[in-house]
Structures are given as C-alpha cells and as structure tokens.
Write a protein that binds this ligand. Structure first.
Ligand SMILES: [Zn+2]
Length: 282
C-alpha cells in the first residue's frame, strides 16, 4: 500500500482536467472537444489559385522600406551613393562619422602627449595662442599643405593634432605623426640591408603626414636626408603634408635649399597658421 495514493479520487482528477480543458478552449489555445483535426487541403485547382490571388490582391501593400536610423521612406534620391541597404545616404554618412569620431582618440599613437587634442577639448583654447588660430585650423582641415608656424609652447602641435583628427572624421584620412628629429635619425638607427626604415616608409605613404618641429632636428648622421626626401616625394605625388615649425621661409630656404622651400610654400598655396608672438593681432 502506498500512503500517498490513499486519498486519490478519480472523480476529482476528471473534474480538474475538465476545468483545464474549458480554460484552454476559452483562451483559444485548444479546439473544443469534438472538433476534428484540421483537414489536409486538397491539391490546388485553378479556382483555388485564382481565389488565393484575389485574396492576396486585397491585402494592404507591403510597407515601403524605411531608413533604420531616421525612419524616413527610402527612395532612389535619398539612397543615392549609399553603400548599405536599409539606410538613407545621410544617415550612413552620420554613422561613418560617429564611428570615426570614436576611433579618433586612438590615432596618432606616436604622439601620446597629444592624445587629448581635439577641437572639442576645452584645453585646446588654453594651449593655443592666439585662440583665433583654432578657427583658422578648423577651416583648413581639408587643405593639402598646412604650416603651423610659431615658437615653442604656442600650441602649434596641439592644434595640428586636433586638426588631423577632425580631418580623419571628415575624410577617413589616417594621419602619421613623426617628429623631424626621429625622421632624420631613423636611417642611422636602422639595420643596413633592410630597405627603408619604418618611419620613412610610413612618412612616404601615409594618407596625411605631419612632420613635427621641422628645423629642430640635428643634421642627419647618414648621407641620406630623409626629411628632404619625404617632402619632395609627397609633393610629387600630391600627398597631403602638414608641418609644424618655428622657421620662417627665409630660414627654411637657408637650411633645406630652394627645392624644399618651394615645395613647402607651393607658390603661396600653403595655408599658414601662425601661433605665438608672430601671429597677427586680431
Ligand atoms: Zn536615414
């Protein structure tokens, strides 16, 4: 004898089962008791096909595709130039910019002390003198040749780094930052027979190059003047080059010769952003 089965009442169980069945029928999750199982459909006849087609024709049209970011209906016009489906071109541009903005602090790994530098950083206005130079740099981010000129501690490198980040957000151009000093001595440090040193290769090929503190480097210990070489190479291939320097053009000509001076001046097309004491008074 099992004690647990002593008070088992088959009537009570049946009653409980019936209540559960009624609840399910009421909730629509179960067909009523004697409803037969759904019959298999016959093979479709032409009449079936026509009836189905007529039913489909009466359905509301499927919703037009919309941009998953802004919700507007996608048209040929607002998707022109978009690379991905499900998004209007304007939202795609916004999304790309947002992604680049998130990456921007990680750019310029070779200039760690300027990791903070961006046009959004309040510190920029404290470092850059005069503060008007910031607006000038902002307006010049797409320029292929920019010289940030001024004495030390005028904020020209901070400003250049902020502008490089803004350019990257706008265009995707990945910058390479190299000081004129490291570029000048890279070859001497490099093992012979291994081609160009890494710094030189990157300086030649970067989307955009910033040579920091041009004129501050000691004359290169090797016979190859890589700073001159890089400036000339990039000029001939129309690759963007920005420099920070404290040298006026006369001094640049004296030090690097007519060829480099002309490359940097580009017949007056270079954007000159003056920082520090030499800057024009607003
Ligand atoms: Zn959109």
């Amino acid at each position: 004898m099992n004690d647990q089965n002593d008070d088992f009442d088959p009537e009570q169980l049946r009653a409980a089962q019936e209540r559960a069945r009624q609840a399910r029928v009421a909730a629509g999750t179960m067909l009523s008791d004697d409803a037969p199982p759904a019959p298999l459909r016959r093979v479709s006849t032409m009449a079936d096909v026509l009836r189905d087609a007529a039913a489909i024709a009466k359905l509301p049209p499927p919703p037009a595709p919309t941009c998953r970011a802004c919700g507007q209906e996608l048209t040929r016009e607002n998707t022109a130039g978009a690379k991905r489906a499900g998004m209007c071109a304007a939202c795609e541009v916004d999304e790309v910019r947002a992604r680049r903005r998130a990456n921007a602090p990680r750019l310029l790994a070779d200039a760690e002390e300027f990791a903070w530098a961006s046009f959004d950083a309040p510190e920029l206005a404290r470092r850059v003198k005069p503060v008007e130079a910031i607006a000038k740099a902002r307006a010049a981010i797409l320029a292929p040749l920019v010289m940030f000129r001024g004495e030390g501690a005028a904020g020209k490198t901070s400003l250049a780094c902020a502008a490089l980040r803004a350019r990257y957000v706008e265009t995707g151009d990945v910058p390479y930052f190299v000081s004129a000093s490291s570029l000048a001595i890279a070859r001497a440090r490099h093992k012979l027979g291994e081609g160009d040193p890494e710094e030189v290769k990157r300086a030649l090929n970067a989307d955009i190059l910033l040579i920091d503190d041009l004129g501050f480097e000691s004359p290169p210990p090797s016979a190859v003047r890589d700073v001159d070489l890089v400036i000339d190479y990039r000029h001939r291939r129309a690759r963007p080059l920005w420099v920070t320097t404290s040298l006026e053009f006369g001094k640049i000509r004296e030090r690097y010769g007519e060829n480099v001076a002309r490359r940097l001046q580009e017949d007056g097309r270079a954007v000159i952003i003056r920082c520090g004491k030499g800057a024009p008074k607003p």
